[in-house]
Design a protein around this ligand. Structure first.
Ligand code: PLP
Ligand code: COI
Length: 365
């Protein structure tokens, strides 16, 4: 399918430049939306149609729309970064497009072709590029593509109509502490996903199911929950909204370990990129199963020296202490570790255009 023309309707009352500057000075995460959104509709028998960029605003949904009853919803998250020359580029959006297709397959939804996914981002940026924060800093414009089932009816079956939309929201750090190490709750009662379930898909239901364990973690002062596998309840999968990495140190030897993608873990694009960056930096990386007990025991004995969460929103956030039903263990001295910070520096430098893009990851929008 060739890239379509999006019909653009300008927001008649856009945010003033003064107000936008105020927002960009302290965007937080997900608090403010830009002035426009891009939308595409899909209808069985007709395919993708009605390519639009229009003022950001409420959707009109029939109360019997299928998404409201059976949760047929998928989403993505990626960022647009201001480059040193003033242009705007996003990071590996082709991978988000592919993952969005995989999520659609799992939820029995139509697969948006990659060129339409990319064109929708460019169309939105063509009117809202002034919302991309300044080059060189930590801030970026978070892009949130999503798709919902809009057919009206209460029968349980795949919808025959869908709405795809992209929103944009200026973003600072996802966690209140920024790169200050966060505490993590190792959850042993609730699981995030089982083999054959929807853990590999990025669907709203996975996040709905994470809210109760997340609030239990929050009661223990933790910003994220680390989940064990649903089958044996011993292997670490990932966290509620980021993948996990561990650094093992023995003398001068450093090994970076991340749980393998066993079919119930979200295949993070940051995770995949860090595996490549670590290799570029000469750091040994291993994808393998790792037990919750190995994390706790390794940190207690000092061989597991660092742990961090990674994701588009979280970037790389160090983990200070892991807490669980039986106590807590702090990684090293509880401060951000050198391997964590070196990887973070390299990743963010590529994204901000201040380090060479060795893998061709940056995509101009
Ligand atoms: N795991 C979960 C459950 C997530 O929600 C995210 C965030 O998107 C990630 C991992 C990290 O994925 P990515 O690096 O593609 O943002
Ligand atoms: C992301 O990192 O893009 C996420 O999706 C995490 C969260 C905001 C759901």
């Amino acid at each position: 399918m060739s890239a379509p023309q999006f019909a653009v309707t300008q927001n008649p009352a856009p945010t003033s430049p003064e107000r936008r500057a105020e927002i960009l000075a302290d965007p937080g995460f997900g608090r403010y939306m830009t002035d426009h959104m891009a939308t595409i509709r899909w209808t069985a028998g007709r395919g993708w149609h009605d390519f639009e960029v229009k003022p950001y605003g409420p959707l009109v949904l029939d109360p019997s729309s299928m998404v409201l009853h059976y949760g047929q919803e998928i989403f993505e998250g990626l960022k647009a970064y201001r480059q040193p020359d003033g242009s705007v580029a996003s990071f590996r959006p082709d991978r988000n497009a592919a993952r969005f297709q995989g999520s659609a397959r799992r939820l029995a939804m139509p697969e948006l072709p990659e060129e339409l996914f990319l064109a929708s981002l460019s169309a939105l940026l063509s009117v809202d590029s002034e919302w991309v924060p300044a080059a060189g800093g930590e801030d970026s414009l978070y892009l949130r593509p999503f798709m919902i089932a809009t057919e009206v009816g209460l029968g349980v079956r795949p919808s025959s109509e869908y709405l795809y939309a992209v929103l944009a929201s200026p973003a600072g750090p996802y966690f209140a502490g920024g790169v200050k190490p966060m505490d993590v709750w190792l959850e042993t009662t609730y699981t995030r996903s089982a083999l054959g379930g929807t853990g590999e898909a990025k669907c709203g239901g996975n996040y709905a199911a994470s809210l109760l364990p997340q609030s239990i973690g929050a009661e223990h002062g933790c910003a994220q929950v680390a989940y064990l596998d649903a089958e044996e309840r011993i292997w670490i999968d990932e966290m509620g909204s980021n993948n996990l990495f561990f650094v093992f140190t023995a003398g001068d030897a450093v090994e970076l370990v991340t749980p393998d993608l066993r079919g119930a873990v979200l295949a993070g694009i940051t995770r995949d990129s860090l595996l490549a960056i670590a290799e570029d930096m000469g750091i040994k990386v291993v994808e393998r199963r790792i037990q919750g007990q190995e994390w706790l025991g390794g940190a207690a004995s000092g061989v597991l020296t660092e742990a961090f969460g990674c994701g588009t929103a979280a970037v790389i956030t160090p983990i200070g202490t892991v807490k669980h039903d039986g106590g807590s263990v702090t990684m090293g001295d509880g401060q951000p570790g050198p391997v964590t910070m070196a990887l973070r520096e390299r990743l963010t430098a590529v994204q901000r255009g201040s380090a060479p893009d060795l893998h061709g990851w940056m995509y101009p929008l």
